[in-house]
Design a protein around this ligand. Structure first.
Ligand code: GLU
Length: 314
């Protein structure tokens, strides 16, 4: 394990939280490098967390593969890697807290029922609230949804719309009720949803700064909403541009993005630094990985990044 720097800054704890659904591709490496450089530039701690919660989507061996690739780029977690598949008790506890303040309700609606009656929001259907006042029909294991309306509550509800200032994307505001709707925190198949798990784990790990791809920008208000309901600290957010292919599709397993080339880590890292508009000097191509990382840490400047939304992968 890497020796801690004596001037380590306790006010900065960042993380990279990949889902082990396949090998790291250029887009996920951008998030890994961006979060690492931002943490290290601020003398902070950088953690890796495996988001292996959606077990049907996880691929055997992918977590080890991702950790090996990160290692090949000199990116090592400062603390032991935690796995969401081991953290169900913590998510259960958070759900109990939400139940205790009546912020969630069981829902038995099928996809089809929702599709038949719902409006479109920014991320699929806006759930019409059918089960808010009790389920229309029973189901052995219902899904659990969070209320996003201003319902009568003895506890102060988070303000609507949810607004925050992203360090790169600026002022963001979202009306959860009309744009997203009551969202699922525990699925009918018994799995906890990403939105709840990420919030519980970021708090558990004392994360202060979240640097990740702008594909998650629309999720952030849901996460802030849950943080407010659960009385958790709200980290600072910085959403990096998302790498897209020639067809302007986000690089992902679905768009068949190629795994990152680990055989030439310096070359690949320089491409990532170019993508992040850090303008590495050309001489760095002849340096070893440690020297390139040291340059990148010392010279990291997130304000150089232009282009919110998406950018073509280099
Ligand atoms: N596990 C999520 C993903 O790979 C990222 C979670 C996050 O950074 O908040 O898309």
């Amino acid at each position: 394990m890497r020796k801690k720097l004596s001037l380590s800054n306790p006010a900065y704890r960042g993380r990279f939280a990949p889902s082990p659904t396949g090998a790291l591709h250029f887009g996920s490496l951008v998030a890994a490098v961006g979060s690492y450089l931002d943490a290290k530039h601020h003398h902070g701690t950088w953690l890796v967390r495996m988001e292996d919660l959606d077990t049907p989507r996880c691929v055997a061996g992918a977590a080890e593969d991702i950790l090996r690739t990160l290692d090949a780029f000199g990116l090592q977690s400062d603390e032991p890697v935690i796995y969401q598949s081991q953290r169900t008790a913590a998510y259960e506890e958070a759900l109990l807290k939400l139940q205790a303040i009546d912020a969630v309700y069981p829902c038995c609606c099928t996809r089809k029922e929702i599709a038949d009656s719902a409006l479109h929001g920014i991320e699929g259907f806006v759930y019409p609230g059918t089960c808010r006042n009790g389920m229309a029909h029973q189901r052995v294991t219902p899904a659990w949804r969070v209320r996003t309306d201003q319902y009568p509550s003895p506890f102060p509800l988070p303000p609507s719309p949810i607004a925050f200032v992203d360090a790169l994307q600026g002022h963001i505001s979202q009306n959860l009720e009309s744009e997203i709707g009551d969202f699922v925190v525990k699925r009918a198949d018994g799995l906890f949803a990403y939105q709840l798990a990420v919030v519980v784990d970021d708090a558990f790990q004392g994360i202060t700064h979240i640097v990740r791809g702008a594909d998650l920008l629309d999720s952030t208000p849901r996460q802030i909403y849950l943080q407010r309901l659960l009385g958790l600290r709200i980290p600072q957010y910085l959403h990096l541009p998302v790498a897209v292919n020639n067809a302007k599709e986000k690089l992902s397993k679905q768009t068949l993005a190629a795994p990152v080339d680990e055989t030439h880590p310096v070359r690949t890292l320089l491409r990532v630094l170019e993508f992040l508009q850090q303008h590495p000097p050309v001489e760095l191509a002849g340096y070893d990985l440690k020297a390139v990382l040291d340059w990148a840490i010392a010279n990291w400047d997130a304000t150089k990044i232009r282009g919110i939304g998406t950018l073509p992968a280099l």
